[in-house]
Ligand binder design. Structure first.
Ligand code: ZN
Ligand code: ZN
Length: 477
């Protein structure tokens, strides 16, 4: 499930903030100093209107700015400088590239923004930090036309459209031109911040709240303190290559590219496991750099059943043959964390193998994940799928219950239940019940909602206990 900003992922929270304050007769002079003055400067200094404090950025982060199609050099240049001024992140401008014809949506005469993000993810080079694409064409999604931008919260890619600002950017009036540049700079910042995993902010007037009209963005638009802290946390934390390899694998997995996902998960496992077991201080930078630089690019956009050529020939990384020695990490916090991380990776390897119909191998990895972290709900769930596949339905249902007991999030519990009854055992009644609970709890996965519609149109009638009571209540005199 790609977590584009429109779809969201999980929960990041809330708080009220004071944004702006004009006082009495000072209002006009404040306005002139803080708002009008920056607009009066040359366009290239429009970013000085920013109220965002400079961030501490570790030197391992470079934003790649990718012009798509024909863009004026000065437009790309001012956006690069605006991002650098607002964030402190170094920006590298890539040579322009043309968008593939397949991402053009003819009914809306615009590019499909989700397809653009897919293309960016699949064509980006291993080890890249973040990529922000710029286009002068209109962008749309299935439910929104004329998007200013779209970002993926977990895959490090975003796109910004200059389409709605071209008149302003070409205006003869330098103030209007500077205002348009300022707005684009803020939108580019907004989308870049999404790629740091920051969702839309509920604080009124925050630059990270959902932008539905460009009039929301002006030189007085601030970023609230909570968002600033979230941005600072990410920018000041050094990158973790093996986590990025896992995120890349997850991107492949979500797209059904299980062979490439498996390759990424194995590389992450090989990079993290031996060094953590042998050297508690952490994996060597050389090993990690090697892990990401060997990441293979997908050669096509269809699922690959072949194991990746650079996958480890051994099914089990060295540390997997001595699970007892890992237990010593349980006694300290960082060690516990590394065991939990390794369980996550083992579970992912199991999931990818299972999706490739390599069930026996999958089971070994999933069992290893459970041994490393018995509280890992997802691993128990995968074990339930494997047991159901083997025809051991009673044991599968028992394992599913264990998985649900360990899962704290209600929506995820409904999702797991629905997926199990849909895919593992043929139980449309229970699947429908779980899907309705999933939808009512706010679930928005298009595949699951599509399955719900299909089951409903197949005339499965399922009453929940509460519905039966309501019906009885109506029937009573
Ligand atoms: Zn947004
Ligand atoms: Zn905010």
């Amino acid at each position: 499930m790609p977590d584009y900003e429109a779809r969201g992922s999980g929960a990041l929270a809330t708080s009220p903030w004071v944004l702006w304050c004009f006082r009495g007769t000072m209002a006009l002079s404040c306005f002139l100093m803080t708002i009008a003055a920056p607009w009066l400067r040359a366009p290239s200094t429009a970013h000085l209107a920013s109220s965002i404090p400079p961030f501490d950025v570790t030197p391992d982060k470079t934003l790649l700015l990718l012009p798509l199609g024909q863009l004026q050099e000065r437009d790309v240049d001012f956006i690069a400088r605006a991002i650098e001024a607002r964030t402190g992140v170094h920006v590298e401008i890539l040579p322009p590239r043309a968008l593939p014809a397949g991402v053009f949506d003819f009914p809306s005469s615009s590019y499909d923004a989700n397809a653009v993000l897919d293309w960016l993810f699949l064509t980006r080079q291993p080890g890249e930090w973040r990529t922000l694409a710029l286009t002068r064409d209109a962008l749309s999604t299935y439910d929104t036309d004329h998007l200013y931008g779209l970002a993926n919260l977990r895959e490090g890619v975003a796109v910004v459209s200059l389409h709605g600002f071209l008149d302003g950017l070409r205006d003869a009036d330098p103030m209007r031109r500077a205002a348009a540049q300022d707005q684009i700079g803020r939108i580019a910042f907004h989308e870049l911040v999404h790629t740091l995993g920051v969702e839309h902010c509920p604080a009124k007037g925050c630059l990270m709240s959902g932008i539905t009209d460009k009039s929301q963005i002006h030189p007085g638009t601030r970023t609230c303190e909570r968002c600033i802290h979230a941005i600072q946390d990410t920018l000041s934390t050094p990158r973790t290559p093996w986590l990025e390899v896992i995120a890349r694998g997850d991107g492949f997995y979500r797209r059904g590219l299980y062979g490439q996902a498996l390759g990424a998960y194995r590389r992450a496992s090989a990079a993290m496991a031996p060094t953590e077991a042998d050297r508690p201080a952490g994996p060597s930078h050389a090993a990690l750099s090697d892990a990401i630089s060997s990441d293979a690019l997908p050669s096509h956009a269809a699922p690959s059943d072949a194991p990746p050529s650079d996958a480890s020939p051994s099914d089990a990384p060295p540390s997997d043959r001595r699970p007892d020695s890992d237990r010593r990490f349980d006694s300290d916090a960082s060690g516990r964390r590394s065991v939990v991380d390794r369980a996550e990776v083992e579970n992912r390897i199991g999931a990818a193998l299972f999706s490739l119909d390599r069930v026996a191998e999958a089971e070994r990895h999933v069992r290893r994940a459970i041994a490393l972290d018995p509280a890992l709900s997802a691993a128990h769930f995968n074990m339930a799928l494997i047991l159901a596949y083997a025809g051991e339905e009673a044991e599968a249902l028992h394992t599913l219950d264990r998985s649900l007991d360990l899962e704290p999030d209600r929506l995820t519990r409904h999702e797991l239940t629905a997926r199990f009854h849909l895919a593992a055992i043929d139980d449309p009644g229970n699947a429908l019940l779980a899907l309705r609970r999933y939808r009512d709890a706010g679930g928005d996965d298009p595949d699951l909602l599509g399955a719900l519609i299909a089951l409903q149109s197949a005339n499965f009638i399922v009453f929940e206990p509460s519905e039966v009571e309501i019906i009885e209540g109506h029937l009573r005199p």
